[in-house]
Ligand binder design. Structure first.
Ligand code: NAI
Length: 377
């Protein structure tokens, strides 16, 4: 099968997420990196693009030049990944969708709910895929949990408890480091710090596994480090449309926790436990039975988990290959297959609505508020 042509915006040299996209997109031979505007510094971006094998005429100094030039080419890119800082996602994603490109946008997809609704509409009108990189949902064993819930194997989901809490911004003496400080500065980060950065991954995961959507929430925000305007710790209680009860803790001051993302799903007839630091195992307990460890690559898993597992049982597959699974689904969808499991613009706008709801709730000392985007009320 012909490789799909792929372009990147952002994710330049030294960026945090850029390498995971390059490893992920190219892991299975579906995509070839042929174009990019990789850096806010035009010259640095061009040089780095060329060092990655992009030809000089497609190593762009900025995304507007890339949009104009790629739009005019017969062999234009099939997919554009937007891996720039949050405040630029809306403008770039909208422009490329409008011009008829498929887009994978980093999270959070936009800075406001209105922008998120606009992206949903633009993608629909253009008939293009707008995926959002909720990459943890693409781990094979997360897909297995989603499949088992959909098959009724743990009965109706009663309760989801999830944490995305790390301690990497817990050192008060490092709070002024520019790489840390911007995340808690409303000018740069928007209305929310830690909840918009990490909490939305956990919220998306809860919906993804439970097969249900968040309806309302109550939030408590704290800035454990006094100089921070935005929250570095949040506790969010939520209720889903189907009645599932949710509890979510997210923090960046939980010293000792590393990546710190885990989820427990409790149904009427069984429960699951999964953690991103051991992504290849799910602990499954049927009601009245013993706890079993289900392992990526073992016999008897669903097709949804098996198709995303590359190496044999007990050989670890980690984060870049979860991102790769997003690209596996993207390649399938671009080639005309199903995009059912792919996190998309609707997930992106639901997250943004939850962020604004949490901010409003926290300001009113935990008042319960509607967490749905207006377009889904
Ligand atoms: P970073 O600051 O490490 O890198 C950003 C890159 O974008 C740099 O190379 C910079 O030069 C480039 N850039 C900035 N403005 C640009 C522009 N206008 N045009 C072209 N390039 C531009 O940021 P990081 O941590 O890689 O985050 C990028 C995005 O990825 C953020 O939205 C973040 O939330 C998201 N992210 C997602 C993760 C996930 O698990 N899905 C994990 C980490 C980050």
């Amino acid at each position: 099968m012909m490789k799909l042509k792929w372009g990147m915006i952002g994710g330049g040299e030294g960026s945090q997420i850029g390498p995971a996209h390059r490893l992920g997109a190219q892991a299975d031979g579906n995509f070839e990196l042929v174009a990019g505007a990789l850096d806010h510094d035009a010259e640095k971006g061009r040089k780095y693009a060329e060092s990655l094998g992009i030809s000089p005429d497609r190593a762009y100094g900025n995304w507007r030049d890339m949009l104009a030039a790629e739009s005019a080419r017969e062999d234009r890119v099939d997919l554009v990944t937007v891996a720039t800082p949050n405040a630029t996602h809306f403008e770039i994603t909208k422009a490329f969708l409008d011009a008829g490109f498929h887009v994978l946008c980093e999270k959070p997809m936009t800075m406001t709910v209105e922008q998120g609704e606009e992206i949903v509409q633009v993608a629909e009108e253009a008939g293009k895929i707008c995926a959002v990189n909720y990459c943890y949902s693409a781990y094979p064993m997360v897909r297995e949990m989603r499949h088992m819930v959909a098959q009724g194997e743990i009965g109706k989901v009663r309760l989801v408890v999830t944490n995305f809490s790390h301690g990497h911004h817990g050192d008060a003496t490092d709070a002024d480091n520019p790489r840390v400080r911007w995340r808690y500065d409303p000018e740069m980060a928007g209305v929310s710090g830690q909840f918009a950065d990490c909490g939305i991954h956990a919220l998306h995961m809860a919906s993804f596994i439970a097969g249900d959507e968040v309806r309302e929430l109550s939030a408590d925000f704290a800035s454990a480090i006094d100089s921070r305007v935005l929250e570095d710790d949040a506790m969010v209680n939520f209720r889903m449309e189907g009645g599932t009860v949710g509890r979510l803790w997210t923090s960046s001051v939980a010293i000792g926790r590393q990546h710190g993302f885990d989820i427990q799903v409790f149904g009427e007839t069984g429960g699951f436990r999964w953690a991103s630091e051991q992504p290849n195992q799910v602990y499954y307990t049927p009601v009245g039975g013993r706890t079993q460890i289900m392992e990526k690559g073992e016999n008897g898993l669903s097709d949804e988990a098996t198709r995303l597992s590359r190496v044999a049982i007990a050989h670890p597959e980690g984060f870049p290959l979860a991102v790769a699974n997003i690209y596996v689904d993207l390649a399938a969808a671009i080639r005309g297959g199903s995009s059912g499991n792919l996190p998309n613009a609707v997930d992106g706008v639901r997250s943004m609505a939850a962020v604004y709801a949490a901010v409003a709730s926290a300001k009113e000392r935990g008042k319960w508020v509607d967490a749905r985007p207006p377009m889904f009320r």
